[in-house]
Design a protein around this ligand. Structure first.
Ligand SMILES: *[C@@H]1O[C@H](CO)[C@@H](O)[C@H](O)[C@H]1NC(C)=O
Ligand SMILES: *[C@@H]1O[C@H](CO)[C@@H](O)[C@H](O)[C@H]1NC(C)=O
Ligand SMILES: *[C@@H]1O[C@H](CO)[C@@H](O)[C@H](O)[C@H]1NC(C)=O
Ligand SMILES: *[C@@H]1O[C@H](CO)[C@@H](O)[C@H](O)[C@H]1NC(C)=O
Length: 818
């Protein structure tokens, strides 16, 4: 009985699946759904249909750039699995379709080319706007095209699918995908280059190009308008590009360069085939490497070149002023407006700025033009020196008397003038350099009237007050009261901001203390640090206190939130942490005032030629930093993850005792923090794998970075840059590059750590301490967070109160070995 039932059931399943199969087949024949498998002569891709790769990673179809509404359509490839449309390849970059209704991507029945036809602005009937352009000697019209799971659009010989006739990887637009090549096909002389989009909504070729050196070296250049080089990779050394080792090889990817009789160029692979990463030459002229972070659903920037936005040649066009730290890199000086407002808002600044009212200089040299001072700018390079002019007035008239002279500057160096369009103006942190820009009389008057209007309002106010004498009396009373109460409030605020003893400074206090921000000590992507001197009341006397003022940029936090965050920072006090003394929050300006550490950061002591820390000093620094971190992780009200432990953030006090700086930044700076962090040169080397792959960070992320710093303290060289020394010291094959921590982990396993110590120490180390430090460092950099010790355990291990076993070699890092 039961047997029969079983058979019957089986039969019905078979019938069901037959029906399903037939249905699917029918559906494919009569109602082609989006997501077709391939394109061939009788099966074109029509209108809104798309083609999806086998595992669903990429999608090919027609798209309209995000935000555009003027009905332009392009053939493109984008990630299917990522929200928002990140386009990685565009076919008809410069010849958009005007509609999709009659558009078709097809294999030409005549010559087997893949071609896109459709209506354009110029022609309502379909025309060919893009073609794979292969010569007519093609196998024929039974070619097929498909989109692959690496994002490559491929046209294959229909009778032999391993014969690839054309592929999009050979014709990149602005994106270099993993597995694709950039370089030169030596047989055809064809180059694979990246070219930026023209603006945020137009994929037509823009101003910036990344290309392999046409003169035959292995170097890559970033070029402006195909003519002016503004960034170079350095030549291939056999293992990395000389000027950016950390971009060539890091925790995520490995780049290789080949030079054969057929091809020379570069490609890269990701260590983890599950990660999604790309490199794009974007509208700012910078090449940027991104990795998709599923946990945060964002693209995380992890490398950028050139690092400085304003190093991109003519980014802001003629008369445009570049600002390194602003979200919008370009602005126009007073008296100027963007040449094209529309392009400017679409992030194409190359058109630059124009005078709001034109110059009035006639060929006879008669002019009423004047000059407007532009303060604190980096002067453009292409100037002429006017030796004859000995004073500012002479310099000005020398410029004024020549109609083509656009600007002048006068300093101790003499008089310099500029003719033609001024490119590469940039805001400068170093105050003092002034540029005088030529403006017409009318232009200057317009600017003055704006100022006068503002002044006029004040005048009326004063008049009104004078007229009402009673009101004036009242006002003065109120004013006096205000000043007194403001003083009182300030006294109170020094004593107590939410329980912490932080001083509150006004912007003017800070400006005076730093002499108008004249002495810059350093800074990164989101802040600049200046030196200053503050007067402090100490009982009867005033004392002068040296401080470091950290000016936060690009902070979107409101005043109240900022005060809350800062007051929690004020409670954090430990001998191994830099002490926060006070802050300033005025308008949109946010500043933190710290005690000043005259010796500067560990960087300077560890890597500087000539300086050498003794083993004693190094070990004290190791233990001190570990204690400071333990306090941050366990000793505070809530756990504070530093996120940016590196030698540059470890300052040294007068006793050479370490003080950790910059803690609490992740919360203060918020979202921009991770961006700013990873774009800074070299920081990548200290970031734990989970940070880069987007998993939530924990205190173990700091433990990883601390391990990296330990190795640098031991070896006296940067982990990322000390390749050659490592080779010389290593007894094994000197041909292979080994990341220092990996080599060190091997040595720890072998029980031979003496080779790891900085050669400059001449063996003057405490071997027992060296062993402990090396072992602890290896445990700290384990792939799995669970395997890394806590900072409290690190302190105990370094102090020798707990014994530590030899650790395994971390797997992720091992992949960095050639
Ligand atoms: C194909 O060739 C035509 C004519 O030589 C040219 O105008 C067009 O730009 C080429 N298209 C591509 C995609 O290279
Ligand atoms: C298919 O094409 C590949 C690459 O062009 C070639 O090496 C191979 O011999 C071809 N196979 C056949 C069966 O023609
Ligand atoms: C870019 O180069 C082309 C030709 O080399 C030139 O005609 C054009 O004016 C240049 N563009 C700018 C903005 O200088
Ligand atoms: C990644 O690599 C593993 C092992 O090599 C393989 O089994 C897996 O299919 C790959 N995954 C993808 C998405 O390619």
């Amino acid at each position: 009985m039961s047997l029969i039932i079983a058979i019957k059931r089986k039969r019905s399943t078979i019938t069901m699946s037959l029906i399903t199969a037939t249905f699917i087949a029918l559906a494919l024949c009569f109602a082609p759904a989006p997501g077709a498998a391939a394109i061939w002569a009788r099966r074109p891709l029509r209108g809104n249909e798309t083609l999806v790769s086998a595992q669903g990673r990429f999608e090919l179809g027609l798209f309209s750039p995000a935000g555009s509404s003027d009905g332009r359509f392009y053939l493109g490839v984008w990630y299917k699995s990522i929200p928002g449309q990140t386009v990685v390849w565009v076919g008809n970059r410069a010849s958009p379709l005007s509609g999709v209704a009659s558009a078709e991507l097809r294999v030409s029945a005549d010559d087997g080319n893949l071609e896109l036809i459709g209506p354009t602005a110029a022609s309502a009937s379909p025309v060919v706007v893009w073609s794979s352009n292969l010569s007519s000697s093609l196998p024929g019209s039974n070619n097929t095209a498909e989109i692959r799971d690496n994002g490559n659009l491929v046209l294959m010989d229909g009778s032999n699918s391993s014969n690839v006739l054309w592929q999009s990887f050979d014709h990149p637009t602005d994106t270099h995908m993993p597995g694709a090549w950039l370089g030169e096909n030596k047989l055809t002389g064809e180059y694979q280059t990246l070219t930026s989009w023209r603006n945020a909504q137009d994929p037509a070729p823009g101003m910036f190009t990344d290309t392999l050196d046409p003169n035959g070296t292995s170097e890559f250049f970033s070029m402006w308008n195909q003519s002016r080089m503004y960034w170079r990779s350095g030549v291939w050394t056999g293992r990395f590009f000389a000027r950016y080792p950390e971009g060539t090889r890091n925790l995520l990817l490995n780049q290789t360069y080949v030079d054969t009789p057929v091809y020379r160029g570069v490609t890269y692979v990701l260590y983890n085939n599950e990660s999604i990463a790309r490199m794009v030459l974007d509208l700012t002229g910078q090449a940027k490497r991104y990795v998709w972070v599923p946990a945060r659903q964002t693209w995380q920037l992890f490398w950028v070149g050139p690092t400085m936005q304003c190093d991109v040649y003519a980014l802001c066009g003629a008369f445009g002023v570049c600002n390194q730290r602003s979200q919008l890199p370009c602005r126009c000086p007073s008296g100027f407006t963007p040449a094209s407002e529309a392009e400017w808002t679409l992030s194409n600044w190359s058109g630059g700025c124009r005078r709001s009212s034109p110059l009035t200089c006639s060929s006879s040299g008669l002019t009423t033009d004047g000059f407007l001072a532009l303060h604190d700018v980096k002067l453009p390079g292409d100037s002429l020196v006017m030796g004859a002019a000995q004073s500012k007035a002479e310099c000005e008239s020398a410029c004024q008397n020549n109609c083509s002279c656009q600007a002048y500057a006068f300093s101790v160096g003499g008089c310099t003038v500029w003719h033609g369009e001024l490119k590469n103006l940039a805001d400068s942190d170093i105050s003092g350099s002034e540029l005088y820009l030529r403006l017409s009389k009318r232009g200057l008057e317009d600017l003055q009237s704006v100022v006068r209007k503002k002044g006029g309002r004040k005048l009326w106010l004063v008049l009104g007050i004078t007229l009402a004498s009673v009101a004036a009396l009242a006002t003065s009373v109120i004013l006096t009261w205000r000043i007194v109460s403001a003083r009182m409030r300030r006294l109170v605020s020094i004593a107590n901001v939410n329980g912490s003893s932080l001083a509150v400074y006004s912007y003017n206090d800070i400006r005076a203390a730093t002499k108008n921000f004249s002495e810059r000590l350093g800074g990164g992507g989101f802040a600049s640090v200046y030196r200053g001197v503050l007067k402090q009341q100490m009982g009867e006397n005033t004392a002068q206190v040296q401080v470091a003022v950290k000016k936060l940029e690009s902070l979107c936090q409101g005043d109240k939130q900022f005060r809350t965050e800062v007051s929690t920072l004020g409670c954090i006090q430990h001998v191994n942490l830099v002490r926060l003394l006070g802050f300033c929050s005025s308008g949109n300006k946010r500043m933190l005032v710290y005690e000043y550490m005259a010796r500067g950061s560990l960087d300077g002591y560890l890597f500087r030629v000539g300086a050498c820390l003794s083993w004693r000093e190094r070990y004290c620094i190791m233990v001190g930093v570990a204690r400071g971190l333990t306090y941050l992780h366990d000793g505070c009200h809530e756990c504070i993850i530093h996120c940016d432990i590196k030698p540059g953030n470890i300052l040294l006090d007068d006793n050479m005792s370490p003080r950790i700086a910059d803690f609490g930044m992740a919360k203060l700076v918020g979202r921009d923090f991770s961006c700013a962090l990873t774009t800074m040169r070299g920081t990548v080397g200290y970031l734990a794998p989970e940070w880069i792959s987007g998993h939530p960070v924990s205190s173990k992320t700091d433990v990883y970075s601390f391990g990296m710093v330990l190795f640098e303290l031991i070896s006296g060289q940067r982990n990322s840059e000390g390749y050659s020394e490592v080779e010389a010291a290593g007894s094994e094959s000197s041909e292979s590059w080994i990341f220092f921590p990996v080599w060190a982990a091997g040595k720890v396993l072998e029980g031979d750590v003496s080779a790891l110590a900085d050669p400059r120490l001449n063996g003057e180390v405490v071997l027992e301490e060296l062993k402990r430090a090396c072992t602890v460092a290896c445990w700290c950099i384990q792939d799995q967070e669970g395997q890394r010790p806590t900072m409290a355990q690190v302190v105990q291990a370094l102090e020798g109160t707990i014994h530590v076993q030899a650790p395994p070699v971390p797997r992720v890092l091992q992949q960095l070995v050639t």
